[in-house]
Design a protein around this ligand. Structure first.
Ligand SMILES: [Zn+2]
Length: 75
């Protein structure tokens, strides 16, 4: 599994890089249903408490500028 990595997060109120984590299996299941894609291995979640915004490694705003945030409790 990839290690957590620092990436920008456009929904966090700071320009600092934020730690992003690869998705857990439960988070992948949620995201597949949410965005109607079967392949979600390339997504990362912002680990800042209260954020949980999803992006790919290459694209900061991955969903046409609409934030997709994994709900609390799906870990
Ligand atoms: Zn964030």
């Amino acid at each position: 599994m990839p290690q957590p990595t620092e990436l920008s997060c456009w929904t966090c109120p700071t320009n600092e890089l934020q730690l992003h984590r690869p998705l857990t299996e439960a988070q992948k299941i949620w995201l597949r249903a949410k965005i109607d894609e079967t392949y979600v291995e390339h997504y990362w979640m912002c680990a800042k408490p209260g954020c949980r915004n999803v992006r790919t490694y290459m694209t900061e705003r991955s969903f046409r500028g609409t934030p997709v945030k994994i709900p609390p409790g799906i870990d």
